[in-house]
Design a protein. Sequence first.
Lengths: 372, 318
Amino acid sequence: MSRLRALFGFQESGLVLVVLVIGAVLTIFSEPVRRPKFEILPDGTRQRVFTTDASGERVPAFEEKNKFLNAENLTQLAKDTSFVAIMAVGMTMVIIAGGIDLSVGAIYALASVLGATLLNRYGPDGAAAGALGDGSVLAALAACVAVGVACGLANGGLTVALGVHPFIITLGSMAILRGIAFVATDGLSIGRFPPELQNLVLRPIAGLSLVPLFAMAVVTAVGWVYLARLAAGRRVYAVGGNETAAHFSGIKVNRVKLGVFVFSGLTAGFAAVLNIGYYGAASSGDGQGYELNVIAAAVVGGASLSGGKGTALGAVLGALIIQMITSGIVILGMEQKYSQIITGSVVIAAVVFDKFNSWLSRRRLLGAAAKP
Amino acid sequence: MKTRLFLLAAALAALVPAAHAQRTLTIGLVAKSQGNPVFQAARVGAEDAAKELGAKHNVRIRIDWRTPNEEDAQKQAEAIEQLVLTGAEGIAVSCSDANKLTDAINRAVRDGVPVATFDSDAPNSRRFVTYGVDDLECGEQTMDELAKVMGGKGIVAVLAGNQNAPNLQKRVQGVREAAKKYPGISIRDVYYHKETPQDAAARVEQVMQANPDITGWAMIGGWPLFTENALKWQPGTVQCVAVDALPAQLNYIRSGHVPVLLAQQCYQWGYRSVEHLVNKIVLKKDPPAVVDVSALIPVTKANVDEFAKNWDKWLPSR
């Protein structure tokens, strides 16, 4: 029993329980689905399996699976979660430090279109084909990340230099950056990339596209280490908890604020890499409205909008919960028009459950401390 | 004895439905956005086709409507992937971004799920059929009709919706190319906006405030005409030709603000897409051509009331 208590005594345990409960509900209440049968070849790719019917004709083979609890659907869920989750880790840092970043969707779009433009221009069919040799993919990836960092620097720099609330700064930069993306592309979608990037992101492992899941795990791990294990991360909590006290403790508050915006931009740039790698195209309309999804994921994951609270793992779990609800509506065959009502209601329920679990944990701790 | 006969009959009766259990065929429908009534008409068309063709082929056809609330190509790609995973046997999609959806469509086809497109195509994908207007010709026809009512001279503004939509980009191209035929006509600019009626109406108002010399509007989608009083000028002082002719938009024909509406067959987007998919999946029949072109129907004061009656069938009943 004490091991169970220890297992569920960590900060995000409530969210993990919510994920498990939603998963259990979806598993139990989803109908079985008839899916084409595939076999995994030695190179990791999938191939359809065929059989012979009663009349001797070669027909595709099918198998029945649980609509939710099957490897393909869980991989799909991880992929759909990964874009928002990666940006939510960055957003959580900004929120912990007492700020907000409304421009993440626009940074995602701008980084995506710049990377896409480079891939298109210097790829094998592009206007400057061969000019970068085999380096066009690396250049595009570097460009995505560099744009993210640069935008983060601009947001953080303006916030700190002008002393204006980041809500205003990032509200303005959201419009500017998306406008730049539109002007740079004339509103056109950019595609026709060299295949190397998509081959990397879509690379099958045991027949599944697991690269987005690994990317999400890496960003989560980096975020967790930074916030929970490094002094720099503790300084972020200190600034968000009490900026004045942090200043008088010798913490360079402006440097911390600048750093969290850079990290937020970095995660948006990294998510842009996944975007162009997975979907093979980008446009200035990408990520429209994603800032709200990212903020929702961070807050559902336990970040407090008044600062000083939140974790990287919580952000990812928050994104996962929201995505499970969205996917669950499809899996359970519910009418699409109710999706916003259902999503909002379950988000509130998830947060209430998490708060209740935290209260229970505090009570247990107080009870244990009071014992002689 | 009677009891045994009764039990035997009951057992046989229970077997009969099992022996003739109807096949259920799920077809996914992914339009661009929920808010646009043209896609609501497409949904009605799809549901009607599902009923009629289902009865004809003794198949229960279920339309799984998975359209994002607002235009978002990534959400559409996710919807296609989810539909494949949840057992849809066919998908019809109107693409917000052809480049972004091409891979999702190809993966669906690779997994054995045929995909049809309507309204806005993904020409480089492995979709087996596309149904809709020829967008280049649509843009040209819009400009030709406008030039006719403008007498071949004036300053034109183009209202163009989502700048990323490939079908709308083609229509704009068509407008520009047709405008070259009319030396007395100049295009002030192409104005984009979020594809909601309110945003479109606001855009028209802003442009007219800043450019009171505009004498014609080529609306390659009739978004602002879903609102009341979107066109704040006296009928006939500024000419307007728009694509689509839904009920709210027809009032502008009656008021004289809009001489011509070019109606897309949005009900048929859904109906024909389901028809093609059923032919492909149930009858194993491919369409005669990959591109199934639908014509625009001009609606003027002469036929507006007759045309209006169609919407009783084409839109969802409340």
